[in-house]
Design a protein around this ligand. Sequence first.
Ligand SMILES: Nc1ncnc2c1ncn2[C@@H]1O[C@H](COP(=O)(O)OP(=O)(O)O)[C@@H](O)[C@H]1O
Ligand SMILES: [Mg+2]
Length: 232
Amino acid sequence: MLHEAANAAIKQTKLKRDKEEAQRLVQEGKERAELLLAEMNHRIANSLALVASLARMQASTVQDRGAQTALQEMQVRISAIAGVHRKLYTSSDVRFVELGSYMHGLIGEISTAVDLNGRYHFRINVDDDLKISTDKAVSLGVIVTELVTNAVKYAYPDGGGEINISIRSCGGDRCRLHVEDQGVGWTGEGAVQGTGLGTKITRAVACSLQASVIYEPAERGTRAVLEFNCKS
Ligand SMILES: Nc1ncnc2c1ncn2[C@@H]1O[C@H](COP(=O)(O)OP(=O)(O)O)[C@@H](O)[C@H]1O
Ligand SMILES: [Mg+2]
């Protein structure tokens, strides 16, 4: 009887030790995977930043104005995606991106790349603590890049002006992006001044958010709006 009880106690202790060991291994594996993911995002961000700076260098060597603009825009598009990965390796949860700080970084990059004389005043207004999934952040980054570059390129032909970017919750799981200027105005229709590539990119990317960019009537200038689901 005593022997049986002793055996059961030994078995219990062994089971407990095995369970603790298994839990330790799972925790170690999780920490290693998180570290690797952060390292991966760091590398992707750095590699993309390198590609962006190659595009910038190329832009500075070409004489043709059109080619120069195309390369500058390419640089900004690549930087927009690099920015998401940069945010991810400092984040505690790689599934989500904090939109406010991402947007401030992104607009900073755009202004450095395309607003060399500091003629534009960018105002950014993003709801506090608004987080969206990594995929959605990439899509939103690309769309904001196109809309803001357009405002810089076309809104104020005689000089600079104000460009407002806001992302606010509009109830439930819905969020609304606004990119506004007080320039010459664009309704989304009519003869384009440039290539129309930005519109194609925006349309395709917005589709992945199951949304589309619309141009709301504005008293002055252009008011581009995108409503999307920021949760699922
Ligand atoms: N904020 C804006 N203000 C004035 N015109 C704009 C604005 N945004 C877009 N446009 C017009 O829309 C056209 C299409 O833009 P887009 O598709 O991005 O192509 P691209 O930038 O290559 O010209 C531009 O050529 C321009 O005529
Ligand atoms: Mg464009």
